[in-house]
Design a protein around this ligand. Sequence first.
Ligand SMILES: C[S@@+](CC[C@H](N)C(=O)[O-])C[C@H]1O[C@@H](n2cnc3c(N)ncnc32)[C@H](O)[C@@H]1O
Ligand code: SF4
Ligand code: SF4
Length: 300
Amino acid sequence: MKVTSFLRFAGFGIKTILFRKKDPILGTVIVTDRCNLKCKHCSVNNITAVMHPYSQIQGEMKQLYDMGVRILFFCGGETFLWKDGDKSIRDLVREAKQMGFLIVNVVTNGTFPIDLPEADLILLSLDGDRERHNAVRGDTFDTIMENIRNATSDNICFYMAINQINKDAIAEVCRLARDTANVRAVSFNFHTPYPDTRELALSKEEKRECCEVIKKMMKEKVPVFNLKSAFPYLIENSFPTPCHQCVVIENGKVSVCGRCIDVPGLCEECGYFFVAEYTLLFRGNPKVIFEMLRTYLKYV
Ligand SMILES: C[S@@+](CC[C@H](N)C(=O)[O-])C[C@H]1O[C@@H](n2cnc3c(N)ncnc32)[C@H](O)[C@@H]1O
Ligand code: SF4
Ligand code: SF4
């Protein structure tokens, strides 16, 4: 991370903590909800299947920038499916950088060729070893690994949503993150139980066991892009929600925190690690502040 970006984020953090401000810093643009997969744990694919036009997405990026957002994520649906004429997701990333976003990340299922060196991080969803990943995501593991091997940059971070199907595959994903070329780190979420996927949710005890495995992997020098100081809060679901410093925009609609904000009761069962990490950070939790500084300076 550039020194100027670091200073800007530090200033934002100090103001937010001292004055209990609710301004956003992290924003997500949903470029489409169309997807080539139908993963067992996912409730947000192919609801409209609309590919939002380039001019609309440009406008949404500008809107987030004007709100103060400086960390931008592109998400879907499948982001790499997005196109408008000759414009691709790579053009959106370049445009975001030109607009002044300091960090620009893309979330993808990894089933398309990866040529996105301009992104700071490509969060690539890998949900287990071959067997368990394919049980969640269909027969895609080998294609994804091939795409990673052929990627034109080393800015990939595995992104695993831990659920009942893959909860015993954490160590395998960690070792793959450590040993696979072009992969820089791994980041986790627990399954967030939307009404149609409640059966995949983890119990408190299962979350505790998962966190123990992740901590063990951290000790074995696996590059984990999460904060262990947030684990106790994730296990108990005792972190504050929603995250006011995060916003998402989908087809012109801005939501605080996530597009899941309208699902009744879901925030009390939220499994997204970024929500715990950011809300604890901006409440001034000293352990989280210290670990966040160390982790972000290492991986971004
Ligand atoms: C909705 S997908 C969109 C981007 C891309 N299609 C992908 O799969 O990475 C973004 C991330 O959300 C995760 N996800 C989907 N449903 C979830 C849930 N109920 N709880 C936690 N994570 C979930 C996916 O595993 C993926 O890592
Ligand atoms: S690839 Fe992503 S958007 Fe598509 S179904 Fe899977 S999790 Fe959902
Ligand atoms: S806190 Fe609520 S809105 Fe935010 S990601 Fe979790 S479930 Fe979604």
